[in-house]
Ligand binder design. Sequence first.
Ligand code: AMP
Length: 216
Amino acid sequence: MNILIMGPAGSGKGTAAKKIVEEFLVAHISTGDMLRENVKENTELGQQAKDYMEAGRLVPDDLINAMVKERLLRDDVKEGFLMDGFPRTLVQAKAFDEITKSIEKPVEIVINLKVDVDTLAGRITGRRICKNCGAIYHIKNAPSKVEGICDVCGNPTIQRPDDTLEQLQVRLSEHAKNTEPVLDYYREKGLVKDIEAAKSADEVWLDIKQAIDTVK
Ligand code: AMP
Protein backbone atom coordinates (compact mmCIF):
# COMPACT_ATOMS: atom_id res chain seq x y z
CA MET A 1 0.00 0.00 0.00
CA ASN A 2 1.13 3.51 -0.82
CA ILE A 3 -0.47 5.87 1.65
CA LEU A 4 -0.33 9.58 2.42
CA ILE A 5 -1.45 10.93 5.76
CA MET A 6 -2.31 14.60 6.14
CA GLY A 7 -3.52 16.78 8.98
CA PRO A 8 -2.32 19.84 10.88
CA ALA A 9 0.02 19.77 13.87
CA GLY A 10 -1.83 18.09 16.76
CA SER A 11 -4.26 16.13 14.59
CA GLY A 12 -2.87 12.85 15.92
CA LYS A 13 -0.91 12.18 12.75
CA GLY A 14 2.11 10.75 14.58
CA THR A 15 0.05 8.28 16.60
CA ALA A 16 -2.02 7.19 13.60
CA ALA A 17 1.11 6.85 11.46
CA LYS A 18 2.67 4.45 13.97
CA LYS A 19 -0.40 2.22 13.87
CA ILE A 20 -0.66 2.26 10.08
CA VAL A 21 2.98 1.19 9.77
CA GLU A 22 2.49 -1.69 12.24
CA GLU A 23 -0.71 -2.89 10.60
CA PHE A 24 0.15 -2.52 6.91
CA LEU A 25 3.94 -3.05 7.15
CA VAL A 26 4.85 -0.05 5.03
CA ALA A 27 7.91 2.20 5.38
CA HIS A 28 7.19 5.25 7.52
CA ILE A 29 8.60 8.34 5.85
CA SER A 30 8.15 11.43 8.00
CA THR A 31 9.79 14.51 6.52
CA GLY A 32 9.57 16.27 9.92
CA ASP A 33 11.45 13.39 11.61
CA MET A 34 14.03 13.26 8.81
CA LEU A 35 14.62 17.00 9.07
CA ARG A 36 14.90 16.88 12.89
CA GLU A 37 17.43 14.06 12.53
CA ASN A 38 19.44 16.22 10.11
CA VAL A 39 19.32 19.16 12.52
CA LYS A 40 20.46 16.92 15.38
CA GLU A 41 23.34 15.55 13.30
CA ASN A 42 24.13 19.09 12.12
CA THR A 43 24.26 18.02 8.45
CA GLU A 44 24.29 20.59 5.65
CA LEU A 45 20.57 19.97 5.11
CA GLY A 46 19.96 20.35 8.86
CA GLN A 47 21.75 23.69 8.89
CA GLN A 48 19.69 24.90 5.94
CA ALA A 49 16.39 23.72 7.45
CA LYS A 50 16.82 24.71 11.12
CA ASP A 51 15.71 28.36 11.00
CA TYR A 52 12.59 27.59 8.96
CA MET A 53 11.61 24.82 11.34
CA GLU A 54 12.08 26.87 14.48
CA ALA A 55 9.91 29.61 12.99
CA GLY A 56 7.21 27.03 12.09
CA ARG A 57 7.66 27.84 8.40
CA LEU A 58 8.01 25.40 5.52
CA VAL A 59 11.48 24.35 4.43
CA PRO A 60 12.04 25.17 0.71
CA ASP A 61 10.53 22.67 -1.74
CA ASP A 62 13.76 21.78 -3.56
CA LEU A 63 15.47 20.67 -0.34
CA ILE A 64 12.48 18.54 0.69
CA ASN A 65 11.92 17.00 -2.74
CA ALA A 66 15.57 15.94 -3.03
CA MET A 67 15.45 14.41 0.47
CA VAL A 68 12.27 12.42 -0.31
CA LYS A 69 13.52 11.27 -3.70
CA GLU A 70 16.65 9.83 -2.14
CA ARG A 71 14.66 8.21 0.70
CA LEU A 72 12.32 6.41 -1.70
CA LEU A 73 15.24 4.60 -3.32
CA ARG A 74 15.82 2.53 -0.18
CA ASP A 75 14.87 -1.16 -0.06
CA ASP A 76 12.32 -0.86 2.74
CA VAL A 77 9.90 0.93 0.39
CA LYS A 78 9.31 -2.29 -1.57
CA GLU A 79 6.09 -3.12 0.31
CA GLY A 80 4.86 0.45 0.08
CA PHE A 81 5.14 3.66 2.06
CA LEU A 82 3.35 5.94 4.46
CA MET A 83 4.25 9.54 3.67
CA ASP A 84 3.79 11.68 6.76
CA GLY A 85 4.14 15.46 6.47
CA PHE A 86 4.76 15.40 2.72
CA PRO A 87 3.67 16.73 0.25
CA ARG A 88 2.84 20.01 1.95
CA THR A 89 2.75 22.23 -1.17
CA LEU A 90 1.48 21.84 -4.73
CA VAL A 91 5.06 21.98 -6.01
CA GLN A 92 5.91 19.04 -3.73
CA ALA A 93 2.78 17.12 -4.82
CA LYS A 94 3.69 17.47 -8.48
CA ALA A 95 7.32 16.52 -7.84
CA PHE A 96 6.03 13.53 -5.87
CA ASP A 97 3.94 12.42 -8.87
CA GLU A 98 7.14 12.25 -10.91
CA ILE A 99 9.02 10.36 -8.19
CA THR A 100 6.23 7.79 -7.63
CA LYS A 101 5.88 7.33 -11.38
CA SER A 102 9.59 6.57 -11.72
CA ILE A 103 9.46 3.90 -9.00
CA GLU A 104 6.00 2.64 -10.09
CA LYS A 105 4.39 3.21 -6.71
CA PRO A 106 1.39 5.48 -7.21
CA VAL A 107 -0.40 6.96 -4.19
CA GLU A 108 -3.47 4.81 -3.45
CA ILE A 109 -5.12 6.70 -0.58
CA VAL A 110 -4.79 10.05 1.19
CA ILE A 111 -5.95 9.99 4.82
CA ASN A 112 -6.99 13.50 5.87
CA LEU A 113 -7.31 13.99 9.65
CA LYS A 114 -9.75 16.79 10.52
CA VAL A 115 -9.66 18.48 13.96
CA ASP A 116 -11.06 21.81 15.23
CA VAL A 117 -8.63 24.55 16.33
CA ASP A 118 -9.40 24.42 20.09
CA THR A 119 -8.71 20.69 20.26
CA LEU A 120 -5.47 21.24 18.34
CA ALA A 121 -4.33 23.99 20.74
CA GLY A 122 -4.84 21.72 23.78
CA ARG A 123 -3.03 18.83 22.15
CA ILE A 124 -0.08 20.89 20.92
CA THR A 125 0.72 22.84 24.08
CA GLY A 126 0.53 19.67 26.22
CA ARG A 127 2.65 17.54 23.92
CA ARG A 128 6.04 16.33 25.18
CA ILE A 129 8.51 14.19 23.26
CA CYS A 130 11.51 12.17 24.31
CA LYS A 131 14.69 13.85 23.12
CA ASN A 132 16.36 10.47 22.72
CA CYS A 133 13.84 7.96 21.28
CA GLY A 134 11.05 10.24 20.01
CA ALA A 135 8.27 8.69 22.15
CA ILE A 136 5.30 11.07 22.37
CA TYR A 137 3.42 12.01 25.57
CA HIS A 138 0.73 14.50 26.59
CA ILE A 139 0.79 16.08 30.05
CA LYS A 140 -2.96 15.38 30.52
CA ASN A 141 -4.07 12.77 27.97
CA ALA A 142 -1.03 10.47 27.96
CA PRO A 143 1.48 11.45 30.67
CA SER A 144 4.73 9.59 31.23
CA LYS A 145 4.82 7.60 34.52
CA VAL A 146 7.39 9.99 36.00
CA GLU A 147 6.88 13.62 34.97
CA GLY A 148 9.50 14.76 32.48
CA ILE A 149 11.06 11.30 32.06
CA CYS A 150 10.50 8.96 29.10
CA ASP A 151 8.85 5.61 30.02
CA VAL A 152 10.66 3.84 27.19
CA CYS A 153 14.29 4.89 27.60
CA GLY A 154 14.49 7.00 30.80
CA ASN A 155 15.77 10.14 29.09
CA PRO A 156 14.20 13.60 29.62
CA THR A 157 11.05 14.55 27.71
CA ILE A 158 10.90 18.04 26.22
CA GLN A 159 8.47 20.40 24.58
CA ARG A 160 9.34 20.85 20.90
CA PRO A 161 10.40 24.48 20.31
CA ASP A 162 7.60 24.81 17.72
CA ASP A 163 4.87 23.36 19.98
CA THR A 164 3.63 26.73 21.31
CA LEU A 165 0.37 28.58 20.65
CA GLU A 166 2.21 31.21 18.61
CA GLN A 167 3.84 28.60 16.41
CA LEU A 168 0.55 26.73 16.12
CA GLN A 169 -1.02 29.86 14.59
CA VAL A 170 1.84 30.13 12.09
CA ARG A 171 1.66 26.45 11.24
CA LEU A 172 -2.12 26.53 10.82
CA SER A 173 -1.95 29.47 8.44
CA GLU A 174 0.91 27.80 6.53
CA HIS A 175 -1.26 24.70 6.44
CA ALA A 176 -4.28 26.56 5.08
CA LYS A 177 -2.23 28.46 2.50
CA ASN A 178 -0.05 25.63 1.21
CA THR A 179 -1.62 22.34 2.15
CA GLU A 180 -5.29 22.96 1.32
CA PRO A 181 -4.40 23.15 -2.40
CA VAL A 182 -2.58 19.81 -2.02
CA LEU A 183 -5.72 18.25 -0.55
CA ASP A 184 -7.78 19.68 -3.42
CA TYR A 185 -5.25 18.23 -5.87
CA TYR A 186 -5.71 14.72 -4.42
CA ARG A 187 -9.46 15.25 -4.00
CA GLU A 188 -9.74 15.78 -7.75
CA LYS A 189 -8.00 12.44 -8.24
CA GLY A 190 -10.62 10.85 -5.90
CA LEU A 191 -7.97 9.69 -3.41
CA VAL A 192 -8.92 11.60 -0.22
CA LYS A 193 -10.65 9.96 2.76
CA ASP A 194 -11.66 12.52 5.40
CA ILE A 195 -11.41 11.22 8.96
CA GLU A 196 -13.01 13.03 11.91
CA ALA A 197 -10.02 13.06 14.29
CA ALA A 198 -11.12 15.00 17.39
CA LYS A 199 -12.21 11.63 18.82
CA SER A 200 -10.13 9.20 20.90
CA ALA A 201 -7.08 7.63 19.26
CA ASP A 202 -8.78 4.20 19.28
CA GLU A 203 -11.91 5.45 17.52
CA VAL A 204 -9.85 7.36 14.97
CA TRP A 205 -7.78 4.25 14.31
CA LEU A 206 -10.86 2.14 13.55
CA ASP A 207 -12.00 4.68 10.95
CA ILE A 208 -8.53 4.85 9.38
CA LYS A 209 -8.14 1.09 9.22
CA GLN A 210 -11.53 0.71 7.61
CA ALA A 211 -10.73 3.41 5.04
CA ILE A 212 -7.45 1.72 4.04
CA ASP A 213 -9.01 -1.76 4.02
CA THR A 214 -11.61 -0.60 1.50
CA VAL A 215 -9.01 0.47 -1.06
CA LYS A 216 -6.59 -2.41 -0.42
P1 AMP B 1 6.29 18.14 11.32
O1 AMP B 1 6.98 17.32 12.34
O2 AMP B 1 5.75 17.35 10.16
O3 AMP B 1 5.27 19.08 11.92
O4 AMP B 1 7.42 19.08 10.67
C1 AMP B 1 8.16 19.98 11.46
C2 AMP B 1 8.71 21.10 10.58
O5 AMP B 1 9.56 20.54 9.57
C3 AMP B 1 7.66 21.90 9.82
O6 AMP B 1 7.07 22.92 10.60
C4 AMP B 1 8.49 22.43 8.66
O7 AMP B 1 9.32 23.49 9.08
C5 AMP B 1 9.40 21.24 8.34
N1 AMP B 1 8.80 20.33 7.33
C6 AMP B 1 8.42 19.02 7.52
N2 AMP B 1 7.92 18.50 6.39
C7 AMP B 1 7.98 19.49 5.45
C8 AMP B 1 7.60 19.58 4.09
N3 AMP B 1 7.03 18.55 3.43
N4 AMP B 1 7.82 20.75 3.45
C9 AMP B 1 8.39 21.79 4.06
N5 AMP B 1 8.76 21.79 5.36
C10 AMP B 1 8.56 20.64 6.06
